[in-house]
Design a protein. Structure first.
Ligand SMILES: C[S@@+](CC[C@H](N)C(=O)[O-])C[C@H]1O[C@@H](n2cnc3c(N)ncnc32)[C@H](O)[C@@H]1O
Length: 260
């Protein structure tokens, strides 16, 4: 049986109770790009705008569809999912709604704060924890039934080492849903701000973000490259699809001969 559905505010919903970001943004933008701390500050700033990107209805549908996709592979409700780079918690919340037990991890305290507020509003029992996925994950082996990682692989310092860690913390036959930014998206769309993403500070921020992507500060991935990385980490690919901006791969911890 799946958990009862409750409505959740995505995108344009009422503003969350965070303080005005402008003063933090000005300071943070000056520190951007300087090593690990700079990256964390970047995502702290991004947390203020993350839920204002794209079209809220389409975003909600996409998140729900992906949660249901993972649910099709489970054996029973209540199985655990690790949501890696959970951001403001949309996937974590959607996964609890379809009956998973979810731990969302992220290294940005501001992302986690927003995730916590949204989960509280939605009545979602998601648990959140501050974790840097560029270090060994602080969980024992086989700790989770499944994992999901949406649009965060470009932030992994060593994608293969990261995927090997994900494999380690999953149970035998556990599933992993990876959504990664694809190389050469046909539209060349790098996240154009929508009309309501106006305002001097916010526009400047989105411009800066697009520049980061264009300079390949954030790598994008070919489908073959992702398949190779996942197989090298010990996963078997069950399904794959390619969208306008992303590659989607549903995988399973490989068992039997040749498994890690
Ligand atoms: C593009 S967002 C995706 C958020 C969420 N998965 C979603 O799709 O809505 C990437 C997330 O990864 C987090 N992140 C980046 N580097 C990280 C790291 N080294 N450790 C943990 N989280 C990290 C950021 O804070 C951000 O929340």
């Amino acid at each position: 049986m799946t958990a009862p559905r409750t409505s959740v505010v995505l995108g344009r919903g009422a503003p969350l109770s965070c303080s005005d970001p402008s003063h933090e943004i000005r300071g943070a933008v000056n520190r951007l790009g300087r090593g690990r701390k700079g990256e964390r500050v970047f995502w702290d700033v991004q947390s203020y705008f993350w839920d204002r990107r794209g079209q809220p209805d389409r975003a909600r549908k996409t998140v729900e569809d992906r949660a249901e996709w993972l649910a099709r592979y489970r054996e029973r409700t209540g199985e655990s999912v690790l949501d890696i780079g959970c951001g403001t918690g949309d996937y974590s919340i959607a996964l609890t709604r379809v009956g998973f037990t979810v731990l969302g991890i992220d290294f940005s305290p501001h992302m986690l704060k927003r995730a916590q507020i949204k989960a509280h509003r939605a009545g979602s029992p998601v648990k959140l924890r501050r974790v840097d996925f560029n270090k060994p994950l602080p969980f024992p082996g086989a700790a989770f039934d499944h994992a999901i990682a949406v649009q965060m692989l470009h932030c992994a310092a060593d994608p293969l080492a990261f995927l090997t860690e994900v494999h380690r913390v999953l149970k035998q036959r556990g599933h992993f849903l990876l959504v990664a930014l694809r190389a050469n998206p046909p539209s060349g769309d790098l996240g154009k701000p929508s009309a309501r993403q106006r305002g001097l500070v916010e526009s400047a921020f989105w411009k800066f973000r697009r520049r980061l992507i264009k300079r390949n500060r954030w790598p994008r991935f070919e489908e073959d490259e992702l398949t190779h990385l996942l197989e090298s980490a010990g996963f078997q690919i069950l399904e794959e699809a390619i969208g306008r901006k992303s590659v989607f791969l549903m995988c399973q911890v490989r068992t039997g001969p040749g498994a890690n």
